[in-house]
Design a protein around this ligand. Structure first.
Ligand code: SF4
Length: 479
C-alpha cells in the first residue's frame, strides 16, 4: 500500500513542492518507509528519501525543485529491506520524458520481465514493479508515433498498458511539458480521485489516493476514477476523460475498513460513517449470540467508529479503555514479525478504572495474525475485566491479498486455519465476533468491491499457479 499524489498547479510562477510535501503528510499512514517527489519546469527535479515526508526533506534539497507540475509518493515496502533505489517516483527520459508513481501490485511480473528483456532489451533494476508500468507505458506511447502527445495517443498508450499489465495499479504519470495522466487497472482496485481548486489566477487540479489529502490542500473532490478509467490533463489544463479497458469494478473494500483514514470519502461515502454502520450490523451478531457486554471500548484508533456504532446499537456506553502510545509505529505495516511484536507491546496501556469488573466488548478494525488482538485481550484481562468479547470490524480474513496490501501466508492468518471458537481460545477471549461476509457485501451493494482476502474470490481471475508464484516471490505491493 502506498499513497500517491499529482498536482497541476495554478500557474508557472508557483512551485508545487510545498503543496506536494503537505499532501504527502496527509497520506503518510499509507506508507512510512520512503517519501519522494518530482517536479517539472524544463526538466525533472527528483527528490527521494527514506523516512516520512514531514521529516526527510530539507529546504536545501528542495530549492532546485522548481515547477508548477509535480508528483509525490509515500511508500510502504512490504517485503525485505527498504532501499532508496526502490523509492518512487521513477523517471524515464524517452519518449518525451515521463515521471510516474503508482499504488498497487502487478501480478504478471515474470511475464513482463521476460517480454521487456527479450523484445526491448530492458533490464529491470529495482524490486519495485513501477518499472514494469513505466517502461510499458513509455513503449506504448512511443508506438503512437506522435511528435507531441494528444489525448488520443495518451489513451491509446494507457489501453496498451491495461492489456499487458495485470494486477492492481492506480497510476499517475507526468509527461514532460505535455500533461498529466491518471489511470487505474481494469478492475479499479486501488483508489484514485481527482480534485479541483479555483483561485483568482485560475484552477489547479490534483489526483490523490484519498479525499483527506484534498481537504488539507483546499481541493474539492470532483471525480473518483472507475475501473479502467483514464483522465488526461493537457498542457493547457484541459481535462480529457476515457473509459479505457475495463472489467467488473472491484474497489478494495479494505480501504473502507482499515487502509484509508476515517475522514476520507470514496464513492461519496464517508469512511467513518460506513465503519459506524458496520458497528450497527455487528450489534445484531451480539444479540443473536446472547452476549450482553457492559461497555464497548476500541483499540485506538482504527477501531473507534466501529465501536461507536456498536455501542449505539446495543444501547450501552462507549468508553475510552485503552490509551495509545502515539510514538509507536503502525504494527501492521512493519516488515518483520519481531519488529511487529515489539511495537505491539509498546502500543497500548489499559485504564483499570474503566475496565475492572466489566464485561468488555473491545473493537478493532480487523484481525489478521492475531498478534495485536491476543496482547490486547491479555491487557484487558489483567486490568480486571469479567469477560472479554473481541470484535473485528471486518469479516474473518482468510486469504492473501495479491493487489498490494501486505498479508501473511494463510498459515499465519489466525482465522484461516481455526474455527471462531479456536480463534477466541488462541486470543484468550470469551468470544470473537465478526460481521459476516454477506453483512459486508450488503453494505457495499452497488459499488462493486474486491473482497478477496475475505472470500478468496479474486476479481482478476488469477490462476492457482500465479497465486503460488506471488506467494513464493513474496514481493508484493509498491515494493
Ligand atoms: S484482497 Fe482484500 S486487501 Fe486486497 S484488494 Fe481485495 S479487498 Fe483489498
Amino acid at each position: 500500500m502506498c499513497g500517491i499524489l499529482g498536482i497541476v498547479g495554478v500557474n508557472e510562477k508557483e512551485d508545487v513542492y510545498n503543496e506536494l510535501i503537505c499532501g504527502l503528510t496527509t497520506l503518510q499512514h499509507r506508507g512510512q518507509d520512503s517519501a519522494g517527489l518530482v517536479t517539472f519546469d524544463r526538466t525533472f527535479h527528483l527528490e527521494k528519501k527514506l523516512g516520512v515526508a514531514s521529516e526527510v526533506f530539507k529546504q536545501n534539497d528542495l530549492d532546485s525543485c522548481r515547477g508548477a507540475w509535480g508528483l509525490g509518493h509515500t511508500r510502504y515496502a512490504t517485503q525485505g529491506e527498504t532501499r532508496l533505489m526502490d523509492a518512487q517516483p521513477f523517471t524515464l527520459n524517452h519518449p518525451y520524458g515521463i515521471a510516474m508513481v503508482h499504488n498497487g501490485n502487478i501480478t504478471n511480473f515474470e511475464q513482463l520481465r521476460e517480454n521487456l528483456a527479450q523484445d526491448h532489451r530492458y533490464l529491470i533494476e529495482t524490486s519495485n514493479d513501477l518499472e514494469f508500468l513505466l517502461y510499458t507505458f513509455g513503449l506504448e506511447l512511443e508506438k503512437t508515433g506522435m511528435f507531441r502527445v494528444t489525448p488520443e495517443s495518451v489513451f491509446q498508450a494507457v489501453e496498451g498498458v491495461q492489456r499487458k499489465v495485470q494486477g492492481a495499479y492506480a497510476t499517475i504519470a507526468l509527461i514532460a511539458g505535455q500533461g498529466m495522466v491518471a489511470f487505474t487497472d481494469p478492475c479499479g482496485i486501488r483508489p484514485l480521485l481527482l480534485g479541483r481548486k479555483d483561485t483568482e489566477t485560475g484552477p489547479a487540479y490534483a489526483f490523490a489516493s484519498e479525499t483527506k489529502c484534498f481537504d488539507y490542500l483546499g481541493y474539492t473532490p470532483i471525480h473518483q476514477l472507475g475501473a479502467g478509467e483514464a483522465i488526461f490533463i493537457d498542457a493547457n489544463k484541459k481535462i480529457h476523460t476515457h473509459s479505457g479497458v475495463s472489467k467488473r469494478q472491484a474497489f478494495c473494500v479494505f480501504e473502507y475498513i482499515y487502509l484509508s483514514q476515517a475522514d476520507t470519502s470514496f464513492h461519496g461515502r464517508l469512511v467513518a460513517s460506513d465503519r459506524e454502520k458496520l458497528g450497527h450490523v455487528i450489534a445484531k451478531r451480539f444479540q443473536e449470540r446472547g452476549f450482553d457486554p457492559d461497555i464497548v471500548i476500541d483499540v485506538p484508533s482504527s477501531g473507534y467508529f466501529f465501536a461507536q456504532g456498536l455501542a449505539e446499537a446495543l444501547g450501552i456506553p462507549y468508553k475510552k479503555g485503552l490509551i495509545k502510545n502515539n510514538q509507536a509505529k503502525r504494527s501492521f505495516i512493519s516488515p518483520t514479525q519481531a519488529l511487529r511484536k515489539k511495537i505491539v507491546h509498546q502500543k497500548h496501556n489499559p485504564l483499570k478504572t474503566v475496565i475492572q469488573g466489566k464485561k468488555v466488548a473491545v473493537v478493532d478494525d480487523s484481525i489478521v495474525r492475531g498478534t495485536t488482538s491476543k496482547h490486547i485481550c491479555d491487557l484487558i484481562r489483567r486490568a480486571g475485566a469479567e469477560a472479554v468479547y473481541f470484535v473485528s470490524g471486518a469479516p474473518a480474513i482468510k486469504h492473501p491479498c495479491i493487489y498490494g496490501v501486505d498479508m501473511p501466508d494463510p498459515g499465519e492468518m489466525v482465522a484461516a486455519i481455526r474455527t471462531e471458537e479456536e480463534v477466541a481460545e488462541f486470543m484468550g477471549a470469551d468470544a470473537v465476533v465478526y460481521p459476516s461476509l454477506e453483512d459486508m457485501r450488503s453494505l457495499y451493494q452497488g459499488i462493486g468491491i474486491c473482497d478477496a482476502c475475505f472470500s478468496g474470490e479474486y476479481p482478476s481471475n488469477v490462476s492457482e499457479e500465479t497465486l503460488e508464484a506471488i506467494r513464493q516471490e513474496k514481493v508484493l505491493s509498491c515494493r
